[in-house]
Design a protein around this ligand. Structure first.
Ligand code: ZN
Length: 85
């Protein structure tokens, strides 16, 4: 876990690496794989923006295999219903 200014950085959402640093020149958090976080004029908010994850990119407890199966089954049902009409 990388820490900058006492704030723990989440691993890279693209490659999962912990080798993350702050790019002073551009004002953003950047990973060894060249993935960069959002730009900010303040280091603290650049770090906070890096740590901010959207649910779609970071599957949480709601996205259990059962939930995914359920969603897939629902989509199949909907598709079949459309075909029979
Ligand atoms: Zn990365």
């Amino acid at each position: 876990m990388t820490t900058i200014n006492g704030i723990e950085l989440e691993p890279c959402p693209f490659c999962g690496s912990d080798d993350i640093g702050y790019d002073d020149e551009y004002g953003r958090v950047i990973c060894e794989c060249s993935a960069g976080g959002p730009f900010s004029t303040r280091m603290q908010s650049a770090i906070e923006l890096w740590n901010k994850r959207t649910p779609a990119l970071a599957p949480g407890p709601d996205y259990t295999p059962d939930a995914v199966d359920f969603m897939a089954a629902s989509a199949m049902d909907a598709a079949q219903e459309k075909e029979t009409k």
